[in-house]
Design a protein around this ligand. Structure first.
Ligand code: 3PG
Length: 306
């Protein structure tokens, strides 16, 4: 049995060692494809493997067509918008994610970005503090919960909106549940995005929504670039010089944002949220274990395609 780790953005070495240990203990072989750059290399590497562990690597119909022996793909992470689920199902390939395994790392980075923004990108001028400010958590999943936990330490006043999570579950954490995204943005000084990229959420963070934010509003994106309506956010930030946008997912219009909004816009050069040794170990080893469980026991926990 061959297990391919295909990561254009590699895991920490310690995580790869841990994955290898799991794979070899099961009697399987590990194949490593890192920083492959071009898709052709991925297409070549998937040819005779039974399982693939990926991160944000794109698994589309072409890759699935090339992977003749493939039975399972595990996205070592939360969001699986990079996998063509319908095509995987059609190819009889099981797709899983590893929910929760990298969420603390992403939540910590959200605060890294937040502090940077409220301290004026560390330019030496007086900024503001997070203590006492209203924080809006947009989607209360694994990352959102970690953001709430950390926000308590900062002394923030915490609100959350989640279309699927029951109000009681949010309020049990001492977080105020609001009834709509409109209310969240209308209430909070800082909004931290934790929604997945789906047909419903793509482009949903738009002019009308962000314009509800009070003066000095800060939007923090450690989720996905696709959820932002970039054109409308640019228009809004042109009109409102008080708004700031910091993101861990470089927008398509990065150059426009950077040129127009110097001092109130920042993007990491490469998505860094889950880029910690701990998150790599947690998500990578969970992925390896899920593959072993799938082959040895038929376990399909965390399957995301039907
Ligand atoms: C996720 O969905 O798990 C995060 O966005 C992390 O993605 P990455 O593995 O590409 O860093």
């Amino acid at each position: 049995m061959k297990i391919l780790v295909a990561t254009d953005k590699p895991f920490a070495k310690v995580a790869v060692d841990g994955i290898r240990k799991e794979v070899e203990a099961a009697g399987y072989e590990l194949v490593l494809l890192e920083k492959y750059g071009e898709k052709a290399k991925l297409l070549e590497a998937v040819k005779n493997v039974d399982a693939i562990i990926i991160r944000s690597d794109v698994i589309d119909a072409e890759v699935l067509d090339a992977a003749k022996s493939l039975k399972i793909v595990v996205r070592a992470g939360a969001g699986y918008d990079n996998v063509d689920l319908a095509s995987a199902t059609a190819h009889n390939v099981c797709v899983m994610n590893t929910p929760g395994q990298n969420s603390n790392a992403v939540a910590e980075l959200a605060f890294g970005l937040m502090v940077m923004a409220v301290r004026n990108m560390y330019n030496g001028t007086s900024g503001t503090e997070l203590k006492g400010k209203k924080l809006g958590i947009h989607a209360y999943g694994n990352v959102g919960r970690n953001v709430a936990r950390i926000a308590k330490g900062f002394g923030m006043d915490i609100y959350a909106y989640d279309a699927f999570c029951p109000k009681e579950a949010i309020e049990a954490d001492g977080v105020k549940a609001v009834a709509s995204a409109e209310e969240l943005y209308g209430t909070c000084n800082v909004v931290s995005l934790h929604i997945p990229a789906t047909a419903e959420t793509k482009n949903s963070i738009n002019y009308a929504l962000v314009n509800r934010m009070p003066k000095g509003g800060l939007l923090v994106n450690t989720a996905r670039k696709e959820v932002i309506n970039e054109e409308e956010l640019i228009k809004l930030m042109e009109e409102r010089a008080d708004l700031k946008y910091v993101t861990d997912i470089m927008p398509v219009a990065n150059e426009t944002f950077a040129a127009k909004f110097a001092g109130r816009y920042f993007s990491t050069p490469k998505k860094m949220g889950a880029q910690t040794a701990e998150a790599n170990i947690n998500a990578g080893i969970a992925a390896a274990k899920q593959i072993v469980g799938f082959f040895k026991d038929g376990c399909e926990k965390f399957r995301v395609n039907k």
